[in-house]
Design a protein around this ligand. Structure first.
Ligand SMILES: [Zn+2]
Length: 489
C-alpha cells in the first residue's frame, strides 16, 4: 500500500543535508556552510519574484531555516535581519529555482543517438531496446549525471518518469539515491507500458511501490503515479493505475505527443487518449501531462475541466519532429503550462536554459509573430507554471515569504551578462549555465560559480562511460563508443 500522506509530505519538509562533498563557496567571501544553512540575505540588482511583488530593483531575499523570510529592497531586508550574513555583491539577477516538469532519467546514458527518427521509430530503435537492460546502478549513475546537468542550468525541481521493463529487482530507487546526493527536489514516477509487449502487472506494481518507498525515505523527493501512454497500456494496467491513484492522487502521463498516438487510441478505443483517460477517471487526479501537441477543441475542454497541467517540451518536440504545442491558446484558456527538458535521449541535453529559450523561439517562428510569447511569460512557465503543473505552487515557483528558498543567482561577471537592459530577456535569451553564480534548494547551496558542490561529478564520469558502453552494447544501439557505428553517417 502506498500511503499518500507520508509520501506527499516529503517534498514540503526541508531536511538537513548530509551529502555535501565539497566546500561551499560564497558569491562574495566569506560565508560559511553553517551560515548559509542557518540563514542569509542574498541580494541582487534585479530580483524577479515571479509572484505578486513582480520585479524588485536592488532587492534582496532573507532566508531563515530554508524558507524565504522576506523579499524587499536590499536596505529594508538587511535592516530587518541585521545579524544574517549577506551573500552577493548586489549585481546580477535573482530568480526562483527553475522547475522541469517532465523528463526521463532512464535515458541518462543514451544521449546523442537516433537524430533521424520520429517518436515511434525512435522509441523502437533507442528507448525500447534499453528498457530490458537498465539496472539500478545505471539508474543511479545516469541520474547523477543528468540531475547535475539540470542543477547547473538552474533547475531546483525535476519531475521524472523512469521508463523501463520491470524485472525481478527494482531499478528506480537508484533515481532517488542520486537526487538525494545532488540535492535537487524530485517528483518521481515510474512510467510503465504493457502493449504491444506484455508485462506482468504485479511486477509493474512492485516497481511503483519500490519507488514510492525510496521517495518516502528521501530528503526532497516525492512519489507520483506514472503511466507511459494510454494506447500502450492494457485495460488491466489502466485499472491498476486507477487503483494506485486512489492512494496517491497524482499522475504523470504522456498525452497526445504525436498524431499517431491519437490515431492509435481512436482506432483501438474509439476515443482520443485524453477522452479515454477522462472516461476512466484517471484525470481526476492532480495530473501533469507531457506534450499535448495534437489537441482537438474537445480535448482542450477536457484538460481545462480536469485541471490537467501540460508539461511543454519544445526541444524534444522539435528533435523528433512531433509538432508544435498550442501554448498561447492553452495559456489563454487557463490550462496550466510548465516547461520540461524531456528525456536525455530526445533533447539531448538537460540544459533547462536551452528549453526556456526554445519555448519562446518555437512559438515565434511557428506563428511568425515576434510578440506571441513574452520573456516574462516564458520565465513564468519555467517557474511558477511548473510548480502549478506539479501541484506545488504553495511551496515553490516564486520568491514569496513562506516558500522554500529555492533560488538561482545569475552573475554579471560574464561576457553575456555584463549589462542587463531587461532582466527577463537577459535570462531567457542571453544566459547560459556558465553565468550561474549560485543555486540553492531549501536554502542549501548546491551550485557555486557554475560548479556542483554536492557531488564529485568528475569521479563519476569514467563509471558513466563504462555503463553507457555496457548499455549500448547489450541493447544493440548504434554507438561508436560500443563499436557499432551509426548507420546514418
Ligand atoms: Zn517524455
Amino acid at each position: 500500500m502506498i500511503d499518500s500522506a507520508t509520501v506527499a509530505g516529503s517534498t514540503d519538509t526541508p531536511r538537513p543535508a548530509g551529502t555535501t562533498a565539497a566546500p561551499v563557496a560564497a558569491v562574495t567571501a566569506p560565508a560559511s556552510v553553517a551560515a548559509a544553512r542557518g540563514g542569509f540575505v542574498l541580494r541582487a540588482r534585479h530580483v524577479l519574484t515571479m509572484g505578486a511583488q513582480g520585479q524588485v530593483r536592488d532587492g534582496a531575499v532573507a532566508v531563515v531555516d530554508g524558507r524565504i523570510a522576506a523579499v524587499d529592497d536590499d536596505a529594508t531586508v538587511r535592516a530587518r535581519f541585521p545579524d544574517l550574513p549577506v551573500l552577493g555583491d548586489g549585481g546580477g539577477i535573482l530568480i526562483p529555482g527553475l522547475v522541469s516538469s517532465h523528463g526521463h532519467f532512464s535515458e541518462g546514458l543514451v544521449t546523442g543517438i537516433g537524430e533521424t527518427h520520429t517518436l515511434w521509430e525512435w522509441f523502437v530503435h533507442v528507448v525500447e531496446p534499453i528498457e530490458d537492460v537498465l539496472t539500478r546502478e545505471m539508474a543511479y549513475v545516469g541520474t547523477l549525471l543528468k540531475a547535475t546537468e539540470l542543477a547547473l542550468s538552474g533547475v531546483t525541481t525535476a519531475a521524472d518518469m523512469f521508463c523501463s521493463a520491470p524485472g525481478t529487482a527494482p531499478v528506480t530507487p537508484g533515481v532517488v539515491d542520486a537526487l538525494d546526493q545532488v540535492g535537487i527536489r524530485g517528483d518521481v514516477s515510474f512510467g510503465p507500458s504493457d502493449l504491444p509487449h506484455a508485462r506482468p502487472v504485479d511486477r509493474i506494481l512492485a516497481e511503483h511501490h519500490a519507488l514510492a518507498e525510496a521517495a518516502e525515505r528521501s530528503r526532497r523527493t516525492r512519489f507520483r503515479v506514472g503511466l507511459a501512454t494510454v494506447p500502450a497500456s492494457s485495460d488491466a494496467l489502466l485499472a491498476a493505475t486507477r487503483s494506485l491513484l486512489a492512494d496517491v492522487p497524482r499522475l504523470h502521463v504522456h498525452l497526445h505527443e504525436v498524431r499517431e498516438e491519437v490515431t492509435a487510441s481512436r482506432t483501438s478505443r474509439r476515443a482520443s487518449s485524453i477522452e479515454f483517460a477522462a472516461s476512466l477517471g484517471l484525470l481526476d487526479a492532480q495530473t501533469v501531462a507531457a506534450h499535448c501537441v495534437w489537441l482537438s477543441d474537445a480535448d482542450i475542454a477536457l484538460l481545462r475541466r480536469h485541471e490537467v497541467a501540460v508539461a511543454h517540451c519544445p526541444i524534444s518536440n522539435m528533435i523528433l519532429a512531433s509538432g508544435v504545442c498550442q501554448v498561447p491558446r492553452l495559456l489563454r484558456e487557463r490550462v496550466p503550462v510548465g516547461l520540461g527538458v524531456d528525456g536525455a535521449a530526445s533533447n539531448d541535453s538537460q540544459n533547462m536554459l536551452e528549453t526556456v529559450k526554445a519555448a519562446a523561439l518555437l512559438q515565434k517562428v511557428h506563428h511568425q509573430q515576434a510578440d506571441i510569447l513574452s520573456a516574462p511569460a516564458v520565465l513564468r512557465m519555467a517557474t511558477l507554471g511548473g510548480a502549478r503543473a506539479l501541484g506545488l505552487e504553495d511551496t515553490i515557483g516564486s520568491l514569496e515569504v513562506g516558500k522554500a528558498a529555492d533560488l538561482v543567482l545569475f552573475a554579471e561577471a560574464s561576457p553575456s551578462m555584463a549589462f542587463v537592459h531587461d532582466p527577463y530577456q537577459a535570462v531567457v535569451y542571453c544566459a547560459g549555465p556558465r553565468d550561474i553564480a549560485g543555486v540553492w534548494v531549501d536554502g542549501e547551496r548546491i551550485v557555486a560559480d557554475a560548479r556542483i558542490l554536492t557531488t564529485d561529478i568528475a569521479a563519476v564520469l569514467p563509471q558513466a562511460r563504462d555503463l553507457a558502453v555496457e548499455l549500448a552494447t547489450r541493447a544493440g544501439l548504434h554507438s561508436e563508443l560500443a563499436g557499432i557505428p551509426s548507420a546514418d553517417h
